[in-house]
Write a protein that binds this ligand. Structure first.
Ligand SMILES: C[S@@+](CC[C@H](N)C(=O)[O-])C[C@H]1O[C@@H](n2cnc3c(N)ncnc32)[C@H](O)[C@@H]1O
Length: 230
């Protein structure tokens, strides 16, 4: 089933060859192949179970010439330069970062479409330090949940970003879902802030985190007032 999150990922694909890492039931490659949007997809998962289910679907729809199902950890199942775009979606941001770092040359040979379920800040920072630049930021909403999706390619960020931009990218300030992202970030920082504030003993590290939360909450309030004025 193609959800708003999966659709937003698909909307960022502008090449004919793709790999979907952690493909699960291969929903994205199957949908793109059925719509004649791609000529080749490598759908990879580290577990045999999802691959077997995907195999049955690929056969049923007669798209086995387009979709190549492979079992493997991270990017191990693909060769360098084999596809123009690599999708890594629906996993934690730290795992996505590890998958990229473990096979950095393969990752640098393709455009990356990433959809981390958490640790978006950490992944943005890590991509930059690994020699990638983020070229597109997108949001998708399903019920009360908001998802970040970003596209990255090898390169250097032209402009040095402020700390808050790794949480709320400037590019998203005109997005129709920006309210939801800002509210989510405020909730996250408030939760950490209140947790530490209400604890009896505070280590030096806790005090630093408190300061960081205070700073980020004030920056987020400024961001909010800027886009509300527009
Ligand atoms: C929650 S599902 C996400 C499926 C799909 N990509 C999506 O966004 O809906 C995560 C999938 O990633 C696979 N996976 C987890 N770690 C992986 C790794 N290191 N390499 C390849 N696949 C992995 C799991 O087996 C699972 O099928």
């Amino acid at each position: 089933m193609i959800t708003a999150r999966l659709q937003a990922i698909m909307n960022l694909i502008d090449t004919k060859t793709i790999a979907d890492i952690g493909t699960d039931h291969a929903y994205i490659p199957i949908k793109l192949a059925m719509e004649n949007k791609i000529s080749k997809a490598i759908a990879c998962d580290k577990n045999e179970g999802p691959i077997e289910i995907a195999k049955a679907n690929v056969k049923k729809y007669g798209i086995d010439k387009i979709i190549d199902l492979r079992c493997g950890d991270g990017l191990s199942a693909i060769k360098e330069g084999e596809v123009q775009t690599i999708i890594i979606a629906g996993m934690g941001g730290n795992l996505i970062g590890d998958i990229i770092e473990n096979d950095i040359n393969k990752a640098k040979g393709s455009k990356l479409i990433l959809q981390p379920m958490n640790a978006q800040y950490e992944l943005r920072k890590r991509l930059e330090s690994m020699g990638f630049k983020i070229i597109k930021e997108e949001l998708a909403k399903e019920g009360f949940k908001i998802y970040n999706i970003f596209a990255a390619v090898e390169g250097t960020q032209m402009r040095k970003k402020n700390e808050e931009e790794y949480h709320i990218p400037t590019e998203l300030l005109n997005h129709q879902l920006i309210d939801m992202l800002v509210a989510k970030k405020q909730r996250e920082f408030n939760k950490i802030y209140e947790g530490i504030k209400n604890s009896h003993r505070k280590s030096d590290e806790d005090l630093n985190i408190l300061k960081y939360c205070e700073y980020m909450l004030s920056q987020i309030n400024k961001i909010e007032s800027t886009y509300r004025k527009k």
